[in-house]
Design a binder for this molecule. Sequence first.
Ligand SMILES: [Zn+2]
Length: 537
Amino acid sequence: MDLILYNGNFVTMDEKFPKASAVAIKKGKIAAVGYDSDILKLADEKTEIMDMQSKTIVPGFNDSHLHNIKYGIFTNCCDLSQCTSVKEIIDVTRQFIDEKDIAPGDWVIGRGWNQDKFDVKVFPKREDLDLISRVHPIVMFRCCSHLLVVNSKALKVLGINEWTPQVEGGFFDVNSGLFREAAKDLVQVSLRSYDVPSLKNFIKKACEDLIKQGITSIQTDDFNMSNDYKRIIQAYKELAEEGNLPVRVTQQCLVGNQKELEEFIQNDYKGLNIKDFYRIGPIKILADGSLGARSAAMRKPYLDASYTTGILIHNEYELKKMIETAHNAGYCVAIHCIGDKAVEIALEGFEYVRNHFPDLSLRHGIVHCQITDEEQLNRIRDLDLIVYAQPIFLNYDLHIVEKRVGKKLASTSYNFGKLIKDGVHVLFGTDSPVEKFDPMPNIYCAVTRKDTNGHPEEGFYPEQCVTVYESVRSYTYESAYCTYEENVKGKIKQGYFADMTVLSHDIFKTSPQSLLDVKVEMTIVDGIIRYNANSNS
Ligand SMILES: [Zn+2]
């Protein structure tokens, strides 16, 4: 044996053997699970033996949807997520330019602003950004990334003016400097020329932080971070081949339209797996925007903005065609749907392929799946769809969802509890960097249905609360299910990858409120201790 962990509180997620005190690891795999006396006997002179001091250990967390490279890039951006006014955005960015000594002409990228946190709830505009600098092109992403604002210098550099044609699936306005959905590409194209070595650096930076949060696997949607997605695949491939990828990565392959989808399928990446550390996963399609920016596509106008029903990125025929094409090429499809209209057309498309090509039992799913009615929830169950949920979204959304869509629809939205009870495969993730990828606040929100300040006291539609156990299962076993890895990942079980996370508290016994105080003490991936809070500086 290479490593034996004993005197631990292993919560295995394996129904047949839910608890254990010791685990033996050999060649990156779990060789045996059991009690101290039995497992310690397996030691030989080369075995490293570690006393876990009764700490709680769970299978490594698997974030089922995030944007890894964007996170890596964002660590180099100006953080606007704490700003409570447009003025503060201006001050913070000025300071950032000074501190980083950014040369005139170089891009300044800000991220994370949210007008709902402002005293006056308006978007920052071009003229506000011009007060920061007229010599630096500036772009600032809203926290949801579905909306951005630029200054005059940026428009000049990009050659965008009032004669520039609008982009299908999006909208921009030169006066305000605001770009929504597909129109953001006009700006992003000049930010996304990274070469493979810089992409590798962003990935490494992100993975270092993931490991500290006990995350051992991710499913990441990165393709819109480069003008050439092949560079992204290349960057991950090289890292995996070099053994420099500390986290197991599945790529969610974002395609913008039918043409891109067909081109991607032609390249035949399906089934790519580099040493179980980098895999090509589902086709990812965006159906709409975000609730915060009111670009989530709704069947009825927003209650607090009756002039709009949001933005549908593809009409139902386009979406159905894309689902059909991917399905028949043997790809799973994961569709970003936040509004109930987006959910509706995704369901139509999935129903179509399930009925017409039923022998392909692919693990299709809906990412976010926020605004839903009861009938849609039942169709999700009946169509055997996966739901990629982000309970941490409740931290913010529980304050706005009733205002946006009304109480009736709110009561059947974010219904993760019902879905889990109905036996739907509900996976947890964070959509980082939209939210932080720390698992504990995410589990806290799923369990309490409260924001991180403890509001509302009784929880937001508390009948949808799930248990800590269900949350961990969604974060481990279920996340492995959607990538067809449920027989090697997501449980502490003989033959499974030795990917485990050691926690500071027994999360299955602590009060829900104190989940927020739980720390990750150690992260083990492939049998290697990749993070140890007590020895890392
Ligand atoms: Zn996302």
